[in-house]
Design a protein around this ligand. Structure first.
Ligand SMILES: [Zn+2]
Length: 298
């Protein structure tokens, strides 16, 4: 981590961009702890994908969605429970139908308060964004690995495969337009976020994550909106998967030589940095190595 305080994690709704007819993205501007937010407009209803962090950001996303909705009912879903994706949901509590998968509802219940406390230590701008935050229950949950929302002339699939980046990641897929919102399962030109914080949270699983990324590639999306970073095509997923495989293979090889986690980080991190000199947030490499190493140890 650098000594410079990070920029404020503010969603700038004025940047909203139409990536396909009726499909809008509020871009993250590559600001850490700001997600790419989706606003998907149907003839009868509008689905918002991710809410930003804290009540003010949630309010900004809500305002942008209402402008596109022109009075149509709103739905909100969240790709996973992490603060910058889900902790603006309170702005939607009385304004939208909030839909999560059941595992995500449970994970929020288990970890949400702890993540508020953790993120409050990330500097004054993040603490300010979290001022007044309330964790809200979804209005609806679905069991199993999928549900569909009919927005009127437009079907949207909510798909989940269980543990990967978190215990309950979910993607949003528009099968007709082949547009995929991945949340933090995929990031572009950013080292993948491995929230490996034992004993509080060690649910991230790189091997399962790789398997999920293969499933996402098989959806054959034409447009991929990552959790953070630039919108691209399916190659954004492939590049991310290949990085996880480098992380896995390197960690396994060195662990098999008997190196402990610290030693593997010292040996492998420079190689991975050299392979991706223009990627951001290198601090996550070590967490990824430690996560794989812990699972190698069984
Ligand atoms: Zn995340």
């Amino acid at each position: 981590m650098s000594d410079t305080p990070p920029p404020a994690p503010t969603v700038v709704e004025a940047g909203i961009t139409e990536i396909a007819p009726g499909v809008w993205v509020i871009p993250d501007r590559r600001v850490p702890l700001v997600p790419n937010v989706g606003v998907i407009v149907g003839d009868e209803a509008v689905l918002v994908v991710d809410a930003g962090m804290g009540p003010e950001n949630g309010g900004r996303v809500l305002a942008a969605a209402k402008e596109k909705a022109r009075g149509k009912p709103l739905f909100l879903t969240v790709t996973h429970f992490h603060p910058e994706h889900g902790f603006g949901a309170q702005a939607f509590r009385d304004e939208a139908t909030i839909v999560y998968n059941a595992a995500q509802r449970d994970e929020l219940e288990d970890k949400g308060a702890g993540y508020v406390e953790l993120f409050r230590t990330f500097g004054p701008a993040v603490a300010e964004a979290l001022e007044g935050v309330e964790l809200v229950e979804p209005h609806e949950v679905y069991e199993g690995d999928r549900t569909e929302l009919d927005l009127g002339g437009r079907t949207v699939q909510l798909l989940t495969w269980g543990v990967a980046h978190t215990r309950s990641d979910q993607v949003v897929f528009l099968p007709d337009e082949r547009i995929l919102f991945t949340g933090d399962l995929v990031e572009e030109r950013i080292f993948p976020i491995y929230p490996y914080f034992p004993p509080d949270d060690a649910d991230v699983d790189g091997a399962l994550w790789i398997a999920v990324l293969r499933r996402l590639e098989e959806l054959d999306p034409a447009v991929v909106v990552p959790g953070h970073g630039a919108i691209g095509d399916v190659s954004v997923i492939t590049v991310a998967r290949e990085f996880h495989e480098q992380l896995r293979d390197g960690t396994r090889r060195l662990a098999a030589e008997g190196l402990d986690a610290d030693e593997v980080v010292a040996r492998l991190e420079p190689d991975l940095l050299a392979l991706h000199p223009d990627w951001e947030q290198p601090e996550w490499i070590g967490f990824g190595i430690r996560s794989f190493h812990a699972r190698e140890d069984g």
